[in-house]
Design a protein around this ligand. Structure first.
Ligand SMILES: [Ca+2]
Ligand SMILES: [Ca+2]
Length: 67
């Protein structure tokens, strides 16, 4: 979990970079829906890393944030 993660996501969302695998692991804000991974997830991650924001979503429910 560091700055590489939001950079990876930004690449994927805006620059057609490689998709996260599995895709749902990058749904940091647990939004789900048709487009689970979008700019909101990047914002969530940056908040968490730099501004003590809430932890990323625990996508698979094992108690450890996955994003
Ligand atoms: Ca999301
Ligand atoms: Ca987990």
């Amino acid at each position: 979990m560091d700055i590489d993660d939001p950079v990876f996501l930004i690449n994927y969302i805006f620059l057609f970079g490689p998709a996260p695998n599995p895709l749902l692991k990058a749904d940091c804000d647990c939004s789900g829906g048709d487009v689970p991974v979008d700019i909101d997830d990047v914002v969530h991650l940056i908040n968490y890393i730099f501004y003590d924001g809430p932890e990323p979503c625990d996508v698979d429910g094992d108690g450890v944030p996955d994003c």
